[in-house]
Design a protein around this ligand. Structure first.
Ligand code: HEC
Length: 151
């Protein structure tokens, strides 16, 4: 029952993230994607299929969910440090993947906001890596989804 499992997974992720704005953002994204498909691409432009972006997005979403849990309890931050670093590195490669999928960027949202998001991921990773570590940026990172998922 792959469709049931994937809808349960989606529901869980979206709920866990408590991104009230996500629905609004997704609606806007879908509108944008619909408009995009109508336009013609000059030669050399690589079209990003919605499936490619969606796959990477669900990866971002589940990693962000994990990051949220790992940074939930201030008393457990140091114990979770290695895992937090791993998740941040995975987020960085997922964001890089999105960048690759979008070079040259043909999606206005991604073009405008992806670099800002990647900058936040890298800054969060550097703060966790340094001595002594700081987890503030990592804990705030789930909020960075609103670069693209807000009106
Ligand atoms: C650089 C812009 C950008 C950032 C940052 C971003 N998204 Fe997205 N997201 C998009 C776009 C564009 C789509 C719509 C893709 C489409 O359907 O064309 C999307 C779609 C989605 C979807 C729906 C995928 C589907 O199957 O339809 C989810 C879930 C999602 N994003 C979660 C997240 C989460 C969680 C974050 C933060 C970790 C995030 N996004 C950060 C641009 C972004």
């Amino acid at each position: 029952m792959p469709s049931l499992i994937s809808s349960l997974r989606r529901a869980r992720i979206v709920l866990a993230l408590s991104l009230g704005l996500l629905a609004v953002g997704l609606f806007a994204c879908n509108e944008a994607a619909t408009t995009l498909r109508k336009s013609t691409y000059p030669p050399g432009f690589r079209y990003i299929s919605p499936e490619q972006i969606q796959g990477t997005m669900w990866q971002l979403a589940s990693l962000t969910d994990r990051l949220d849990r790992l940074t939930d309890d201030p008393a457990r931050l140091d114990a979770n440090r290695d895992e937090i670093e791993q998740v941040l590195r995975a987020l960085e490669s997922a964001a890089d993947e999105l960048k690759k999928e979008g070079v040259p960027a043909n999606h206005p949202l991604i073009h405008a906001n992806l670099d800002a998001y990647r900058g936040d991921v890298r800054a969060a990773l550097r703060s966790v890596e340094r001595e002594p570590p700081s987890y503030l940026r990592a804990a705030a990172l789930p909020g960075a989804c609103v670069y693209c998922h807000a009106n």
